[in-house]
Design a protein around this ligand. Sequence first.
Ligand code: PEP
Ligand code: MN
Length: 353
Amino acid sequence: MIIVMEENATEFQINRVAEKLASSGYITHRSTGERYTIIGAVGTSQIDTQEFELLEGVRDVLRITSPFKLASRHFKPEGTRIQIADVEIGGDEVVIMAGPCAVETPEQVETVARHVASCGARILRGGAFKPRTSPYSFQGLGLEGLKLLRHAADRYNLLVVSEVMDHSQIPMFLRYVDILQVGARNMQNFFLLKELGRISKPVLLKRGPAASFEETLLSAEYILSGGNHQVILCERGIKTFETYTRNTLDVSAVPVFKKLSHLPIVVDPSHGTGHRDKIVPMARAALAAGADGLLIEVHQSPEEALCDGAQSLFFHQFEQMMGQLRLIAEAINRNITPNSLANSELVSTLHTW
Ligand code: PEP
Ligand code: MN
């Protein structure tokens, strides 16, 4: 149930509603917008909505029939904006998150961070703990990888997103990353999700390869209901009968999630297609569809990458793509951080790759 308070409702009236909900067995979440305060109530007890409609200061009482409540668009009709340092996710800027699939060496992270930052990326991605299908594949550098990411990101004024695989790693991640990523394989690791509900850093939640929209939003609900309201959804392709691409990138997820939920949504065309030549077209499509950000794999030498080289862009492709994305962003009243490459010594570095 969602209770929308009147524009001029007093704190006393708001608290009275919250207390009445609590005494009826509901857990309440308050969202204070510029004009309206909204109280989301989660619980199973059946109460008469009229009891609340009649309370002073109450404008509207909405029963939500969908199983996710805090993730639903009704809870925050204006949409969620997540502010991390000087980066806002879910606002006018389309935030580009880019970097290697896996952190490999200090030089690699440094080189990639420098390049993506100079092209306008705001967030450095990179796996330090890798969920690999085979136990014999490279598993990541672990803690050392997180340290390398942080170091390179700080140098180029980037934020860090990296995948946390287990709840026991959360304290370590909180020291080094700005956004904790939940990988597609872990989307329904409910214990991990609950623990992420207790932290105060943003979580990037990837849609599972076989998860419906509703299941994805219920996973987000686990984090939100724990008290962490900073969740970013990520579409990264789903399993279908098609084998030509690694996954089928569901671009329709963008308008669907936008309609069902207030949470920002980013798209990962690297895992979504699995092939370098399809990443740029799908990145353009995702942006045009209304994505709030993109997660892109980039490597200084993709043929030698230890992980996902086939779906990592070369530097020049990334730079070119960013130029195209800016044109699309402008057409839909959004923007992307400008490219600073032209004014820096980086141009010469770029041409050596
Ligand atoms: C990743 O982004 O590094 C990753 C492993 O992606 P996914 O969980 O979508 O497979
Ligand atoms: Mn990858």
